[in-house]
Design a binder for this molecule. Structure first.
Ligand code: MN
Length: 259
């Protein structure tokens, strides 16, 4: 028997009262990638090599070979990406139920427009819950900063300054808050990484990676179109590759939003 929950959702999609919003950035050779300082290894940009293009190597078909880092474009960070989560799940082991859940959107785009290094604090997150209610079980907390508007311009997206990258993100207290909150399954951002640009100098360094992945939660980066989501009430679907032993994966991220 068809479930009313599913048939109602399909009817809502058909009549437009629920819309699907694509939170994924386009993935191509020009997709910006993280830049680490010496002496650390860096991830390459995406590249592709054609196998055939309706030619002698494949007269009726076109296909390519890809090279890309696991952490390229809109992507998920699995717990094993960080040393604190190294005994946790790889991306292929994440239960699918954890990849579908409520989205809450914390919107600091105005603050970031005034200060690109703006930091999210535990007090901001407490204030969000005071205004919108407790973050529900299984939630993905999405941090809107307006940074997605920069994603087609690598220099503006990475925003390197003399002291390193200047991009928004959580401070140490907010990172701890997210990792300890019983409802939070994942934390998503519009920037190239889940930590602030200055987070290499925090104590601990890269606290979102440290605390969140160490607590078995997930990260999502380089999201787009968070402005199309309400603060609460959207349904998120995160679809990384089921990559065995993967530390992360490019992902399609879709939100179901009531019109
Ligand atoms: Mn990553």
């Amino acid at each position: 028997m068809p479930s009313p929950a599913v048939t109602d959702l399909l009817a809502a999609l058909a009549d437009g009262s629920v819309q699907v919003v694509d939170l994924t950035q386009p993935l191509s050779e020009t997709t910006p990638v993280l830049v680490l300082p010496e002496p650390f290894a860096n991830t390459p940009h995406l590249s592709r090599r054609p196998l055939s293009r309706f030619d002698d190597d494949g007269p009726a078909w076109a296909w390519d070979v890809l090279e890309l880092g696991e952490h390229t474009g809109t992507h998920l960070d699995a717990p094993i990406h960080w040393i604190t989560g190294r005994d946790g799940e790889d991306v292929g082991s994440i239960p699918p139920r954890r990849l579908v859940g409520p989205a809450v959107v914390v919107d600091h785009a105005a603050a970031v427009a005034a200060d690109p290094g703006h930091l999210l604090t535990a007090e901001h997150l407490d204030a969000f819950e005071a205004e919108h209610g407790a973050i529900p079980d299984g939630a993905w907390v999405l941090y809107r900063t307006g940074w997605d508007a920069r994603a087609q311009d690598e220099a503006a997206f990475i925003n390197a300054g003399p002291e390193g990258p200047v991009t928004p993100g959580p401070d140490v207290g907010a990172a701890r808050w997210l990792a300890r909150h019983p409802g939070v399954v994942g934390f998503g951002v519009e920037t190239v990484g889940i930590d602030a640009g200055a987070a290499g100098g925090f104590d601990p360094a890269f606290p979102v990676h440290n605390f969140l992945l160490g607590a078995g939660r997930y990260g999502l980066t380089s999201l787009a179109h968070l402005a199309a989501l309400p603060a609460t009430g959207a349904l998120l679907v995160v679809a990384p590759l089921r990559l065995v032993e993967g530390t992360g994966s490019p992902s399609r991220v879709l939100a179901f939003v009531a019109r």
